[in-house]
Ligand binder design. Sequence first.
Ligand code: GBH
Length: 488
Amino acid sequence: MTAPSNSKLPKDFMWGFATAAFQIEGSWNVDGRGESIWDGFAKLPGKTQDGRNGDVATDSYKRWKEDIALLAQYGVKSYRFSLSWSRIIPLGGRDDPINPEGIAFYNNFINELLKHGITPFVTLYHWDLPQALHERYLGWLNKEEIVQDFTRYARVCFEAFGDRVKHWLTLNEPWCVAILGYGRGVFAPGRSSDRTRSPQGDSSTEPWIVGRNLILAHAHAVKAYREDFKPQQKGQIGITLNGDWAMPYDDNQENIDAAQHALDFAIGWFADPVYLGFYPPYMREVLGDRLPEFTEEELKVVKESSDFYGMNTYTTNLCRAGGEDEFQGLVDYTFTRPDGTQLGTQAHSAWLQDYPEGFRALLNYLYKRYKLPIYVTENGFSVKDESLMPREQAVVDTDRVNYFRGTTASLLAAINEDGVDVRAYFPWSLLDNFEWADGYVTRFGVTYVDYETQERYPKESAKFLVKWFDEHLVGEEKSATSTITEPA
Ligand code: GBH
């Protein structure tokens, strides 16, 4: 019996897993790679929870064929990964030499994906700024320099890989770069006004300057692609933004307003300029002239500089007015409802609970506001205390299975019942990996990584997703490869 069509995904729907270069590659000083800001930052005392760094990570620079074999075994249609800027241009700048070994690595990687029929979704920047650019001119703080250097790096990538790569993401989660790197100081380069944390930085001004510069760098890379590459290469390019659903804590008007204010600061900061051509008025109200303006000239480049909406989302926050935290738009976040119950299952990450209804609501909100096709470029769950469990127990990741059962149902409902145009879904992540300031304590993978042996073991969540997509994709014979085998 054939299932009714509204229980299926649209034709050509893409799915696969997501990763990022610094979180998986390791080999930080191999084959001419330059240093990135995360190499040094992770090695400073106290910056990662377990004191560990990205020198080895999941060793994917060496085990890249094994990773692709795993993707093929899962039967994915696509794979989202990022390029390491400092592998391609070790010193990063527009007049600095290109590293042929870096180009060769990604060329081989892309070719191997295509050989398996897997479509590459490529992120240019997932937080690993070349260290030399930070030393030369403070990286993202320097508008004139960084915009030109990022655009040249983007051009090098379009030139080298664009004959085969048709899906480009400029920046991953600029909010995290600006707020966590230059506001809270918990991510590289670790700048903050808090002098116990950082000798340098000004959290009241720098994040907003960095945010403006990120938007400009993104927009100029897109302009370069559209003018000089897209006519022949015919790909798509856009930005990917983090943002969780915001729900009023209760039905008091001030809390209803607070939920919108949270969305303005978390999403609208970047999405409103890029898609609509202006900053959210509420941000101007709170920040005054600390929010740097765009010139008329700049706005022309910024407005409509993304072909689609790239959405990374993990959770929902209950929002209450009267918060102190400027980075959250002066909104308080909680997972505890007024009646004392929890919104959903708590993850290992303090900021994450499972609330699939929020995923559906966010898809609807973004589609209504920005009116573009949506690619869900990240979505995932860290199981509480997973890294303390023996492997046999960790691979039975029931909370993660439940999470994906919820979000896939919401995905289907948003598409088929609400009419949202969603084109892709990339669970985070293919592998357990270097979880930034958490080190290796927090695991997000659908594949368990034994960090002693680097052996990979599919978790129940991988099996769930493979089966779910097998059942919900239309017009394809069942992928012969999607039978999951354990390593010998
Ligand atoms: C993604 O960010 C990243 O793209 C990915 O590299 C990472 O591994 C994955 O999620 C899992 O964490 O104000 O300090 O409480 C997720 C988005 C946004 C989640 C900020 C944590 C709370 C920051 N993140 N959020 S804080």
